[in-house]
Design a binder for this molecule. Structure first.
Ligand SMILES: [Fe+2]
Length: 244
């Protein structure tokens, strides 16, 4: 049986529409609920995809221990990279600014590239990219060795299409990857999300990869590496793919 209020609403006709709003928008939730019927539907639009797979699913098998020792050997030899990290205050080591040809110098990185090419092609398919006559091609690939207490602040990867990381050493306490809702800059007066909101409705999402996993995302997706709380190094190899 309708409440007196509902009868009142019914008899007095529709609430005056607000320009640009559906009739039930702008009402308190309990009042809005009275307008809903069992046929309401909600779609998810403009979905942001995060790809996760074992590196071994595609391409040549890569031994994580060998990849780890290669990362350390390269870091030890790369004086230009060490100097850059020192100057820039980068915690630990990255080859990002010093070595641009790892897959050509080291066979294990050539194998890694071969595997990543296949993962990126699979992800591009999932994203329904129409690449025309072009293809996605590796643009950069670099090592990150993040010691205890090291962080990597929030950033995007400009000029690329697909970015990602494969995980070489993830000791207990090593930070997850933190991803941010790409619409954050447009939230304006939106209320925060409930703490128990579903993962696809959270403003920040944490992805916790295992050694040997590869994560891929579109390069515009803002992300960061929170503080490494492990005493041991968190080691990863990151990369960008461009459309050529
Ligand atoms: Fe990144």
């Amino acid at each position: 049986m309708a409440t007196p209020f509902a009868v009142f609403v019914f008899r007095r006709g529709k609430r005056p529409p607000v320009r640009g709003l559906a009739p039930d928008q702008g009402l308190a939730p309990r009042r809005a609920a009275r307008y809903h019927c069992a046929m309401s539907q909600t779609e998810s639009l403009f979905v942001t995809r995060l790809y996760r797979a074992a590196l071994s699913e595609h391409g040549p098998a890569i031994d994580p221990a060998e990849l780890e020792s290669s990362c350390y050997a390269i870091a030890d030899d790369d004086e230009a990279g060490q100097e850059w990290c020192e100057q820039e205050g980068y915690p630990g080591y990255t080859s990002y600014a010093s070595l641009t040809d790892l897959p050509w110098r080291f066979p294990i990185f050539a194998d890694l590239k071969a595997a990543l090419d296949l993962h990126v092609a699979a992800f591009a398919e999932e994203l329904a990219f129409d690449l025309g006559e072009g293809k996605l091609e590796l643009e950069d690939l670099w090592i990150n060795i993040l010691p205890e207490g090291g962080t990597h602040g929030s950033h995007i990867h400009p000029h690329s299409v697909i970015s990602g990381t494969t995980y070489v050493a993830m000791p207990d306490g090593a930070s997850a990857l933190k991803l941010e809702d790409p619409r954050s800059g447009r939230l304006m007066a939106a209320p925060p999300r409930q703490k128990n909101a579903s993962r696809d409705q959270q403003t920040f999402v944490y992805a916790t990869p295992k050694v040997g996993d590869v994560l891929l995302w579109e390069s515009w997706l803002r992300h960061e590496v929170p503080m490494n709380m492990s005493e041991d190094d968190r080691i990863s190899v990151s990369f960008n793919y461009k459309w050529v």
